[in-house]
Ligand binder design. Structure first.
Ligand SMILES: Nc1ncnc2c1ncn2[C@@H]1O[C@H](COP(=O)(O)OP(=O)(O)O)[C@@H](O)[C@H]1O
Ligand SMILES: [Mg+2]
Length: 233
């Protein structure tokens, strides 16, 4: 197989909030790589720097120092508008809160990221239905968010994140608002996406959730403290 560049190449990232005596070193030299097809969980206790790292990986914030390459693009060199483009093209976000548009069908929610792509409506619909099918919700396409369970809503959010074909699915505490049954359903969806070759980075503080990923990157006090790579279960 030909060598390909990693999806994420994070090198010695530091992030300091504030200045002087009140400065907080939220990230203190974080380095790791995520290859195409990896399923990685970033785990750590509250305050360890997970959200800070997620915001930098997601191009929502910039590091104080260090380098960050996303699909070979040196993100540190981009302007604000280029960053927005990278964010929209390369990353599919899933958050703890599902953030679906109310009184709008599941399929219309999933189509939303394609709205300004210049794609024809029929093609947008086709892709949205395909994405809904990939999370097991093809038969719920016409349902509005309040007609869906929390677990189903989060799967719609995953379909919306995937519809643009991003290089990376980036999920911050995706099971944080789900009960244990819905958590298991979402983890099955992630397993399936991983099997289909998707690249997933999930941030979580739940050990059981992180244990499903092929790679476990543990952070504490802004540093990577351990990295475990499991062979396929
Ligand atoms: N905007 C901010 N200003 C100042 N300190 C911050 C800010 N965001 C986070 N921090 C601090 O940085 C550290 C890491 O926070 P965070 O990345 O939110 O950790 P986690 O998501 O793992 O709980 C904490 O000490 C937190 O208080
Ligand atoms: Mg956090």
């Amino acid at each position: 197989m030909a060598a390909t560049r990693p999806v994420l190449d994070v090198r010695d990232l530091c992030k300091v909030y504030g200045e002087g005596e009140t400065a907080v070193r939220a990230l203190d030299g974080v380095s790791f790589r995520v290859e195409h097809g990896d399923y990685a969980a970033i785990m750590g206790p509250s305050g360890s720097g997970k959200s800070t790292l997620m915001n930098i990986i997601g191009c929502l914030d910039v590091p104080s120092s260090g380098r960050y390459l996303l699909d070979g693009v040196d993100v540190g060199r981009l302007t604000e508008s280029q960053l927005a483009l990278v964010r929209n093209r390369l990353i599919g976000f899933v958050f703890q809160a599902f953030n679906l548009i109310p009184r709008t069908s599941a399929v219309a929610n999933v189509e939303l990221p394609l709205a300004y792509s210049g794609m024809r409506p029929a093609e947008r619909r086709r892709r949205a239905l395909f994405a809904l099918d990939s999370v097991g919700l093809a038969d719920r396409a016409d349902h509005e968010p309040n007609q869906l369970s929390g677990g189903q809503q989060q799967r719609v959010a995953v379909a919306r994140a995937l519809v643009t074909g991003p290089a990376l699915l980036l999920a911050d505490e995706p099971t944080g608002n789900l009960d244990s049954h819905a958590t298991q359903e979402l983890l099955v969806v992630f397993d399936d996406l991983h099997s289909a070759g998707r690249t997933i980075v999930m941030i979580t503080h739940e050990g059981e959730v992180g244990a499903r990923a092929g790679r476990l990157i543990k952070v504490r006090d802004g540093r990577v403290t351990s990295e475990i790579r499991r062979s396929a279960a």
